[in-house]
Design a binder for this molecule. Structure first.
Ligand code: UD1
Ligand code: CA
Length: 451
């Protein structure tokens, strides 16, 4: 079955009290918009159209950053949800199959829920996603009779009796694409808000002899973000769900409540994640890897059998091959560590390649930045970088080479060589004792002067 998705993202989001368009605020290290696009993507849709308005250019840029395949249209001015859908019509003309409307500010809808809606299309021409609201507030109310949805009444237009209904409209809907577009074209704005309500298509469909129905979901799924408080609530709900899914998929989380996932985090089976680990965007952890406590990971790949942390920071472009060990207070950025590399302590590796089974001593730094440009450090296989080596890039250390502790390496080191780049030690017998005695007498003389 072919599906197209229309994502409504034109709203202003005044209550966020922000210069940033609402749908670009983040949950799980991704803009709200990307949550909707990610959900849409899972249906392998023929088309995804995002309707932008407020902050249109930034929102459109964010949509194409998610995927080149996402198309955008501008809705200006914003005259209501039906008007928003109508803007997508030129892009969807002649497209067969189902159309689903999503809101970009509603990040918790599940794929299964959309699939249930697509299935319900066998019975109804228009399928609405509804929920039973604890506090129905200003949501549109669903007026039903048995299995039939008769109308959606917006709060502003509802009678007292209708306002007492707790069955509410989530905003998500599904219909045949052509039918949806022809229905929204007929919507008028003679209502309390003077807006073109998408919700009016239910009554319009019925007047054509078509039926409408409701698929229900949990209220938690339809949480819409209008305020910073709701943004925090959505974050908490996303994390709770991601933790449960990780556990379900065979990942060990020793303290699940302290682990934070990004929208696109991927963790393989039998991986072990310690307490207080934060995943930024773009992290994949293969089966059986271990991330110990207090690590901060972003844009990196960790292979099978690797161990990371505690207290490690992996930044974009960090690639750890199998059985790599990265220990405490190590930062890695844009660096490939081949199989079996060990970086145990207090090290920065940036813009580097480390060959298999090399050992990087404590306190090693790749000096990759000259104040203007970045340079690469290349370390061969089975090399031994002594503690506190400064590798001033661009520089290469050959296979099996060794650098002396405390060296500042500014020239390439050939394979199997030893390079020492530090001042020779000078030792003066008895000098320490004489120095301390002198210092003590200076201190005593000063104290006497003050008395
Ligand atoms: C809408 C529904 C209401 C439902 C509620 C659920 C209508 C008329 N009402 O009301 O039944 O209970 O959502 O949250 O549809 N948007 C545009 N262009 C516009 C107007 C809105 O793109 O001109 C977008 C917004 O960015 C947002 C979504 O559509 O993503 C919903 O708009 P909003 O104004 O929040 O609708 P509600 O009044 O909450
Ligand atoms: Ca709303």
């Amino acid at each position: 079955m072919q599906v197209s998705v229309i994502v409504l993202a034109a709203g202003q989001g005044t209550r966020m009290n922000s210069d940033t368009p609402k749908v670009l605020h983040q949950v799980a290290a991704a803009p709200l918009l990307h949550h909707a696009l990610n959900l849409a993507h899972r249906l392998e849709p023929a088309r995804i159209v995002t309707v932008t308005g407020h902050g249109g250019e930034a929102v459109a840029a964010s949509a194409s950053a998610y995927s080149e395949a996402v198309e955008t249209v501008v809705q200006d001015p914003q005259l209501g949800t039906a008007h928003a859908v109508a803007q997508a019509a030129p892009l969807l003309e002649g497209i067969e199959g189902e159309a689903i409307v999503l809101y970009a500010d509603t990040p918790l809808i599940r794929e299964e829920t959309l699939r249930a809606m697509l299935e319900a299309r066998a019975k109804h021409a228009v399928v609405i996603l509804g929920f039973d609201a604890k506090d129905p507030g200003r949501y549109g109310r669903l007026l039903t009779r048995g299995d039939e949805l008769l109308a959606i009444r917006e709060y502003k237009d509802a009678t007292e009796e209708e306002r007492a209904i707790t069955l509410c409209n989530s905003g998500v809907l599904c219909a045949d694409t052509k039918t949806l577009l022809s229905l929204v074209a007929e919507v008028e704005n003679d209502n309390a808000a003077g807006e073109y309500y998408l919700t009016d298509i239910v009554e319009l469909a019925r007047s054509r002899g078509l039926s409408a129905g409701v698929v229900l979901c949990d209220e938690a799924e339809t949480l819409g973000v209008n305020t910073r408080a709701q943004l925090a609530e959505a974050e908490a709900a996303f994390q709770a769900r991601a933790r449960a899914e990780a556990l379900e998929n065979g990942v060990t989380l020793t303290a699940p409540d302290t682990v934070f996932f990004a929208l696109d985090t991927y963790i393989g089976r039998d991986a072990v994640i310690g307490p207080n680990v934060l995943f930024g965007p773009g992290v994949t952890v293969e089966s059986g890897a271990e991330i110990k406590g207090f690590c901060h990971l972003e844009g990196c790949h960790i292979s099978r059998g690797a161990t990371v942390g505690p207290f490690a920071r992996l930044r974009p472009g960090a690639e750890l091959a199998e059985d790599v060990h990265v220990g405490n207070f190590v930062e890695i950025k844009n660096a490939i560590l081949d199989e079996g590399v060990k970086v145990g302590h207090l090290t920065y590796l940036g813009d580097a390649h480390v060959g298999e089974h090399s050992n990087i001593g404590a306190g090693t730094v790749t000096c990759n930045y000259d104040g203007v440009m970045k340079h690469r450090t290349v370390i061969g296989k089975r090399a031994f970088i002594g503690s506190d080596t400064m590798l001033v890039a661009p520089v290469t250390v050959g296979d099996g080479a060794l650098t002396g502790s405390g060296s500042v390496i500014t020239e390439d080191v050939p394979a199997e060589a030893v390079a020492i780049g530090r001042a020779r030690q000078v030792t003066k017998p008895g000098l320490a004792t004489r120095m301390f005695e002198k210092l003590k007498s200076i201190k005593a003389a000063k104290a006497k002067g003050q008395a």
